[in-house]
Design a protein around this ligand. Structure first.
Ligand SMILES: [Zn+2]
Length: 94
């Protein structure tokens, strides 16, 4: 029985470090993003990207709405996923 099962209390996000490392260590261009506007599913690599030095805007290849925004700033990197319903990464053979 683990801590959560014993206490019923949630753990902090650090407990999911291993899960998050698996997600973000992958080539995200092959991940499938679901557009929040039209529901289309496309690989991140298939989105239309408008970008510059500071980051990129990823637009849905079906309806052209903004699916994701990525911005590098001096204090860190922001990934805004409000335009996406979900991001799916297929399993990788290990
Ligand atoms: Zn769309």
């Amino acid at each position: 029985m683990n801590h959560q099962e014993e206490t019923g209390l949630p753990l902090d996000g650090n407990a999911a470090a291993g899960l998050l490392r698996e997600l973000f260590a992958l080539d995200v261009t092959v991940a499938q993003v679901t557009c929040n506007c039209c529901g289309a599913v496309a690989q991140v690599g298939e989105t239309r990207v408008y970008g510059g030095v500071m980051g990129a805007i990823f637009r849905c290849p079906n309806c052209d709405s903004v699916a994701m925004r990525l911005v590098h700033t001096p204090v860190g990197t922001w990934l805004d996923m409000r335009g996406s319903r979900c991001l799916f990464t297929p399993s990788v053979e290990r």
